[in-house]
Design a protein around this ligand. Structure first.
Ligand code: URA
Length: 214
C-alpha cells in the first residue's frame, strides 16, 4: 500500500478496513470530518449509533453539545477537523478494546501527519491516553497541555460525559474557555498575553503545562 498524501487517499485506503471485528458490524466507517488544513483537530472515542448510520463523527447528542461549545468560542465545525480513535462503532457503545485501538491508531496518526495541526484536543480519557501513549486520568489532566510529536495536546472532558452531569458540563465549558485563551495566546495576530497567562504556572506532569485556570 502506498503512503497516502491526502485525507481522501487515506479514507479510500481505510474504507474497506477489516483489521478488527468492528469492521464486520459497522454500517459506515466514520473516517473524520472538517477542514483538512485545520490548526485544531478534535479527537473523540468512537462512533455511536447516529455516527455509524450517517458515517460522520459527532452528529448525535454529544455532537450537538460539541457544536454548541465550538460556537461558544467563535468556531464552526467546518473550521476544525473532527475524528475519533476508532473509526467503527463498538457494539452497544462499549469502551474500545485495546486490540481495536491498536488496529485503528495508525489511521489516526496518519490523519494527524497529513493535517499537521497545531493543537490536538483530545475528548475524554480514551483519546487522551491514545495520543499521550500512557494511562492518565482525565480529571487530572483536563485543561492542561502536553507536547507530543510537535503538536500541543489539550485534553478536555468528553461532551458525552457532560450530557447528564451538570458539574462535568461546567468543567467542560471551563475547558473550552481555557482552550480559547490558549489559542489566542498562541496566535501571533492575537493581542499580547495578559500577565497572568504569560506566567502561567504549575506543571501537572513532566511534559505538561497547567494553564493556571483551574
Ligand atoms: N462520541 C464520540 O467519541 N465520537 C463520536 O463521533 C460520537 C460520540
Amino acid at each position: 500500500m502506498t503512503d497516502p498524501n491526502t485525507l481522501e487517499q487515506l479514507h479510500l485506503q481505510t474504507e474497506e478496513c477489516l483489521k478488527c471485528a468492528l469492521g464486520e458490524s459497522r454500517t459506515n466507517l466514520v473516517f473524520g470530518h472538517g477542514n483538512a488544513d485545520a490548526d485544531i483537530v478534535f479527537i473523540g472515542e468512537a462512533p455511536g449509533f447516529n455516527e455509524d448510520k450517517q458515517g460522520v463523527p459527532f452528529v448525535g447528542a454529544a455532537g450537538k453539545l460539541l457544536t454548541e461549545l465550538l460556537a461558544g468560542i467563535g468556531m464552526d465545525r467546518e473550521d476544525v477537523y473532527i475524528a475519533n480513535v476508532l473509526k467503527c462503532r463498538p457494539p452497544g457503545n462499549r469502551d474500545p478494546l485495546p486490540e481495536e485501538v491498536a488496529a485503528c491508531k495508525p489511521v489516526l496518526f496518519e490523519q494527524l501527519a497529513i493535517i499537521n495541526p497545531k493543537v490536538v484536543v483530545t475528548l475524554g480519557a480514551h483519546a487522551t491516553r491514545t495520543i499521550l501513549g500512557r494511562d492518565v486520568s482525565i480529571s487530572k489532566v483536563h485543561g492542561t497541555t502536553f507536547q507530543v510529536d510537535g503538536y500541543t495536546v489539550f485534553p478536555i472532558y468528553h461532551p458525552a460525559a457532560a450530557l447528564y452531569a451538570r458539574a462535568t458540563k461546567e468543567l467542560l465549558e471551563e475547558d473550552f474557555r481555557a482552550l480559547k485563551e490558549f489559542l489566542a495566546a498562541d496566535d501571533p495576530a492575537a493581542p499580547a498575553k495578559r500577565p497572568a497567562e504569560a506566567t502561567a504556572g504549575e506543571t501537572a506532569g513532566e511534559d505538561s503545562t497547567q494553564l493556571g485556570l483551574f
